[in-house]
Write a protein that binds this ligand. Sequence first.
Ligand SMILES: [Zn+2]
Length: 229
Amino acid sequence: MFAVDHAATALLVKRRYPSARLAPILVSVQAMELGWVALNYLGVERTTTDAVVHSVADIHLAYMPYSHSVGTAIGAAVLAWLLLEKGFGRAALGRAVGIGIVSHLILDLATHGRDIVLWPGLSTPRLGLGLYEAAPVAAFVVEFIYGIVCWYVYRGGLGLLTLICLGNLANLSFLSPAIPGPEEYLAGRPLLLVTVIFVQIVVTLVLAGMLAPDDPASTARRLSPVLAR
Ligand SMILES: [Zn+2]
């Protein structure tokens, strides 16, 4: 799933746990991708492209067993939850961050080609429903609708809706082989692709954090004892 829609997932989690701060939830939904960026730069994980790139189907997440495996995602989520809830007594934050981390795995499983393993070291089975490869335009529509649903559930403002719409539209050429776009320059340059995705992650997380302040309802609840005095 693309960066803006992972960021939108943080809105759903925030709605469920209104007392948890949004910033750590935003980081949690992209924790796996940030790990992927770091491990690609370090040469531990590997991304390849076809000689010509027309869409995301020509980009291959060839080796990413540490950042994107079922085991490491669930392990990291449980660890974060235990640390925050049992270690620091922050129950809502611990659950929100744990769910945020696992949400990335679930959304990637729904959209990616078969590139997610169960555990580092296990080369099969490779999981992923393959929407990007089999029906990239359908993936675009599904992701767009998903982002809007997140915004609607969160009851976000116009700025947030604009971010989700523009963030999804920016990915259209990546998901449609018929529409030319900047992805053509990524052929043979996997680390440039990693950098583009890293910039997308940072920009969408920062903008989502700015445009989605604390839930108004929870702010009102927190202020009510003060106002009642
Ligand atoms: Zn991912």
